[in-house]
Design a protein around this ligand. Structure first.
Ligand code: DGL
Length: 275
C-alpha cells in the first residue's frame, strides 16, 4: 500500500498542538500540515469567509494526496465541517471545544470556554452547550488577539499575562472550576492560563480526542499505517523565515518549512500581499 499522509489544517500554528497528539498516537503516519498563516486570524472573520477559505485549503490537501483531513482549528470546524464533508471525497475529522467533558467534570456547575470570537458566536458551539451543558452555567469568553500573539511567539512573560488578563478575569469572577481551551493555539499557553486562573481550575482541550478519532477513522477505512516512522511536512501560506523559529519552539524541534500559495477568492484578501 502506498503511503499517503494525514492532512492537518489550521489557520496557523495552533494545530501543531493537535498534530503532536496525532503523531504520538499514530507514530507511523506521515503528517502533511498546512498553516494558512497569510490569512490568520480566522477568529475575526465571518463564518462565510472561513468556510470558503477552509474549503480551498481542504481541497488543496486532498489534491496533495492526503488520505484524511484533520481540521485542527475550532474556528474552521465550527464554520466549515459540513461543507468540507459535502465537497471532499476523503474523510474529515473535526474539532469541537471540550464542552461535553467539561460539563461532566465540573464540581460546582460553572464552566468557562476560551475561544476565538468566531467560535464563540458560532451556532455549532451554541448547539454543543445546549446539548451537553444543560443545568450548568457556561461562560463563553472570546479572546481577540490571543492567537496572533502566540503566532508571534509570545508564549510566556508579562506581555502574555497582560493579554490574557482581560479574558481570565471574567472567568475568575464567575467562579468557574473547569475551563475549556476552545482554540488550538491556547494549548501552547496552558501554563500561563493555569497560573492566571489558579490551582483549583481544571483545563481541558480536544487534542487527544481528535487523535483518537483520527485513529478510528483510519482503522475503519483500512488506511492506518503501522510500519516505519512517520514524517512531518510543514507548509505555510506565509513566510517560512518568519514562521520557522516559532514552529521549532512549538514542535520542540526544527522542521523544514515550505511556502505554498493557495488561490483565494477575490473576496478573500490575505492580511499582507502575497510574495
Ligand atoms: N487555531 C484556531 C482555533 O482553534 C484559531 C486561530 C485564528 O483565529 O485563526 O480556533
Amino acid at each position: 500500500m502506498s503511503r499517503r499522509p494525514v492532512g492537518i489544517f489550521d489557520s496557523g500554528l495552533g494545530g501543531l498542538s493537535v498534530a503532536r497528539e496525532v503523531h504520538d498516537d499514530l507514530p507511523a503516519e506521515d503528517l502533511l500540515y498546512l498553516a494558512d498563516t497569510a490569512y490568520l486570524p480566522y477568529g475575526d472573520r465571518s463564518a462565510e469567509w472561513v468556510r470558503g477559505r477552509t474549503l480551498a485549503a481542504g481541497r488543496w490537501l486532498e489534491e496533495e494526496g492526503a488520505k484524511v483531513l484533520v481540521v485542527a482549528c475550532n474556528t474552521a470546524s465550527a464554520a466549515a465541517l459540513e461543507t468540507l464533508r459535502e465537497h471532499l471525497a476523503i474523510p474529515v475529522v473535526g474539532l469541537e471545544p471540550a464542552v461535553k467533558p467539561a460539563a461532566a467534570a465540573t464540581r460546582n456547575g460553572r464552566v468557562g470556554v476560551l475561544a476565538t470570537a468566531g467560535t464563540v458566536r458560532s451556532a455549532r458551539l451554541q448547539r454543543l452547550v445546549e446539548s451537553y451543558a444543560q443545568g450548568r452555567e457556561v461562560v463563553l469568553q472570546g479572546c481577540p488577539g490571543l492567537a496572533d500573539a502566540i503566532e508571534d511567539g509570545v508564549l510566556s512573560g508579562p506581555e502574555l499575562r497582560a493579554r490574557l488578563e482581560p479574558y481570565l478575569e471574567p472567568l475568575r469572577r464567575a467562579g468557574v472550576d473547569t475551563v475549556v481551551l476552545g482554540c488550538t493555539h491556547y494549548v501552547f499557553v496552558r501554563d500561563a492560563i493555569a497560573a492566571g486562573l489558579g490551582p483549583d481550575v481544571r483545563l481541558l482541550d480536544s487534542g487527544e480526542a481528535v487523535a483518537r478519532q483520527t485513529a478510528r477513522v483510519l482503522e475503519e477505512q483500512g488506511l492506518r499505517e503501522t510500519a516505519g516512522a512517520g514524517s512531518i511536512r510543514f507548509l505555510t501560506t506565509g513566510s517560512a523565515a518568519e514562521v520557522g523559529p516559532v514552529v521549532a519552539r512549538l514542535w520542540g524541534a526544527p522542521l523544514a518549512v515550505e511556502e505554498v500559495a493557495i488561490p483565494a477568492d477575490p473576496s478573500q484578501r490575505p492580511k499582507a500581499p502575497m510574495p
